[in-house]
Design a protein around this ligand. Structure first.
Ligand code: SF4
Length: 728
């Protein structure tokens, strides 16, 4: 083993750097080379927390776009105005990413001020036009560690305001109608018809026109007596008192409203339990009031129903009307998650937001089964086992895109868990990019489980908008110039190891490999994971990175991190299966069906081909040709129907492929799927004979036949031919 390979192997196995600290601090995954100046790009962030109910969060760029559409004429005449509007938008983005806070209107003003020094009158005129056309305003929020709680709290407030409005309207209408019942009753009562009261009810101008004493006697004789029985009056009055004194919904007459946001799930649960009798009282008052105003209260029936109405009588459907309890937690903070599972399993409409700041959560040896855990990501997956809990997991960068899902969770009548990843600020990458890479690399994939969406898993579970969900790792094209300045273009997978490279806390797991040491003994992290090697001498894994000067580098990854990457892939496979992708049971069933179909098909072909003796015996005869059974004797005829194969030529028995992705992961350009989603060799020369042999080895059905190498100069052919023998 040469010295450099030996150093790589030692680092991979031990994680000990050959020359002290690794110099990878300024490096980033090669696929992120293009995203150096994020502020210059137009993307989803920052967002504006507007006052709308449904569309309560909008991206800054969408608001500016709408304003520009409004005021800038299409084409060249509007170009200058558009450019100036976008210039201010960019400045707002810069201010926000530098930590400034404020509403869109305020930040717009500050951005214009900052740009005005170098601008002319036309600029000020144009940007003020755009400012006046901005249709939404509100606090501007960037993608940072505060975003998960800020975003969810704002969306939750919008839902609660909507609930409060509807509740106040319902309560207000009932109070008016109940009051009318009491007034009408009083108007018919003896007290109301007494002479002084009758006189007072007329204006002073009429006092001398009528004899109120006679009128009182007359009306008392002919009019109906007070219509409300004592029990009904009490019911109406009690209902009105309960409606007026409720503390669940804010309104002009309810200054002392309960608080619904709590620091911990336990506190929220305790408050819910304490308020339950009060909630039951209000619920009963609402139901009694509604029966009363409709004149549908039947004492014989309803008295018994409402006599025992208490906290036990409240159903989950009843709770939909009431405010939900919000709890914002920081994952990993002592005590924050203590009784989370218990709280979620109570059925109480708690909306719990967990901010996960560390996906990897590197623990010391002896703490748990693995020294390198991923507990933050396991939170939402674990909540899936609680059947009636709404679960949403996503990276902060994806929150705006999942706003509708967030809204569904907040409106769901039961408990909901929102697990959102946002790295702390101060890392090598902006928080937005860091969050996006967590999702892209499957370290923190997005998914949702909505128990209200249907009765089966297919309706309830969604893998949301993860990139290329059918693959283990998303693959993107990387174009660069090699050391001879030749353009190179290759497909690069973005793996869990690439994500770890974006986090300054985990740089110790990488060691730069000098260009002179780039050799056969190195495997991309993706290839390594496709077939983890027991003997690291046969291949150490690396990721492609770029340094500050955008020079391409290879970083060897230590085994500890690669094991975490394998576990991440396993977790992703489980999510894929829940989402109906690469479901191993379904695939096995499919493979069985395909095999059965193929055997039946071969029997049919065998039956259709006449046996060698048959033509002679039936020639010239009117007798129908006898159908040959699918006997071994018919086999040669079937074999003739198959295309003759040159054993030196590689091929796949495509018809038997079970779409397991193993070969396409080895090389997605060499192997591709046909329209039936079954693999074939798309471009033999897009890869090496080594990859062909590896694919044959990893194919569960052994249907890849590598044939003979097409490039006799490929290194290691002797060993590869030996490995290929079982598949020829
Ligand atoms: S490895 Fe085999 S079964 Fe899997 S996709 Fe490739 S050819 Fe099909």
């Amino acid at each position: 083993m040469d010295k450099q390979l030996k150093a790589q192997v030692v680092f991979h196995l031990t994680g000990r750097h050959a020359q002290g600290d690794a110099a990878v601090g300024s490096m980033r995954p090669a696929l992120l080379a293009a995203y150096r100046d994020l502020d210059a790009l137009r993307y989803d962030f920052p967002v504006v927390l507007t006052q709308g109910d449904r569309n309560c969060v909008q991206s800054l760029s969408s608001i500016v776009d709408a304003a520009l559409r409004e005021v800038a004429p299409p084409g060249v005449p509007g170009e200058a105005l558009r450019r100036r509007g976008l210039q201010v938008e960019r400045q707002v983005r810069r201010l926000v990413s530098a930590g400034e806070r404020g509403t869109l209107g305020e930040l717009w003003g500050r951005a214009v001020q900052a740009l005005a020094a170098s601008a002319d009158g036309a600029f000020l005129h144009d940007v003020s036009k755009v400012r006046n056309a901005l249709v939404a305003d509100g606090e501007v929020a960037d993608c940072n560690g505060l975003l998960p709680a800020r975003f969810l709290r704002h969306a939750w407030s919008a839902v609660q305001k909507e609930k409060a409005r509807a509740a106040q309207e319902r309560i207000g209408k009932l109070l008016i109608r109940l009051d009318n019942i009491l007034r009408a009753d009083y108007a018919r009562s003896e007290a109301a018809l007494a002479e002084p009261v009758l006189q007072a009810s007329f204006g002073a101008a009429h006092h001398k026109m009528f004899n109120f004493d006679s009128m009182s006697k007359l009306l008392s004789r002919v009019g109906p007596r007070g219509g409300l029985g004592e029990r009904r009056r009490r019911r109406v009055e009690e209902s009105m008192a309960a409606l007026r004194s409720q503390r669940f919904f804010a309104g002009p007459d309810t200054p002392d409203v309960h608080r619904f946001e709590f620091e911990t799930a336990d506190a929220a649960l305790a408050a819910f339990r304490e308020r339950l009798p009060e909630l039951a009282r209000l619920l009963k008052a609402l139901q009694v009031a509604e029966l009363e105003v409709e004149g549908a209260y039947v004492e014989n029936v309803h008295d018994a129903v409402f006599a025992d109405f208490d906290a036990q009588s409240v159903t989950p459907q009843d709770l939909e009307f009431f405010p939900d309890y919000l709890v914002c937690l920081e994952a990993g903070k002592p005590g924050a998650q203590g009784s989370l599972a218990e709280a979620l399993s109570t059925g109480v409409p708690l909306k719990i937001v967990v901010h996960v700041a560390d996906v990897l959560e590197e623990a010391g040896l002896g703490q748990g089964q693995f020294a390198f855990g991923m507990r933050g990501t396991q939170l939402a997956s674990a909540a899936l086992s609680l059947d009636d809990v709404f679960v949403l997991q996503t990276a902060a960068s994806n929150l705006l895109q999942l706003l509708e899902r967030v809204d569904r969770g907040l409106r769901y009548s039961g408990p909901a868990l929102f697990s959102v990843y946002a790295a702390p600020e101060g890392g090598a990458l902006p928080v937005y990019l860091q969050a996006a890479t967590a999702m892209q690399s499957r370290a923190f994939p997005a998914f949702s489980y909505d128990p209200g969406a249907g009765t089966d898993l297919a309706a309830r579970f969604s893998l949301e908008n993860n990139a290329q969900p059918e693959l283990d790792w998303p693959v993107e094209r990387l174009d660069y110039a090699d050391q001879d300045l030749q353009a190179v273009s290759e497909d690069v997978a973005f793996t869990f190891a690439d994500f770890a490279l974006c986090d300054a806390r985990y740089l110790d797991h990488f060691e730069p490999a000098p260009r002179a040491a780039w050799g056969e003994g190195m495997l991309t992290a993706q290839d390594w994971m496709a077939r983890p090697l027991r003997d690291p001498v046969l291949g150490v894994p690396y990721v492609l990175a770029v340094d500050e000067a955008d020079l391409l580098c290879r970083l060897v990854v230590d085994e500890r991190l690669m094991r975490a990457a394998l576990r991440c892939r396993e977790a992703w496979h489980r999510l894929q299966a829940l989402g109906g992708i690469n479901d191993s049971r379904a695939e096995r069933m499919l493979a069985r069906e395909r095999q059965a179909w193929e055997e039946a098909h071969q029997r049919e072909v065998a039956a259709a081909v006449p046996s060698p003796a048959a033509p002679a015996s039936v020639a010239g005869s009117d007798a129908p040709a006898a159908t040959s059974p699918a006997t071994p004797a018919a086999a040669p005829a079937v074999a003739q129907a198959e295309p003759a194969r040159n054993p030196d030529e590689p091929y796949i028995e495509t018809i038997r492929c079970s779409t397991c992705n193993e070969c396409t992961q080895v090389n997605p350009r060499m192997f591709a799927y046909n329209e039936n989603k079954q693999a074939y060799i798309a471009d033999l020369k897009a890869g090496t004979y080594k990859q062909l042999v590896e694919a044959a080895e990893s194919c569960q059905l052994s249907i890849i036949h590598p044939g003979k190498p097409w490039d006799s100069s490929e290194p290691g052919l002797e060993e590869l031919l030996e490995r290929a023998k079982p598949f020829l």
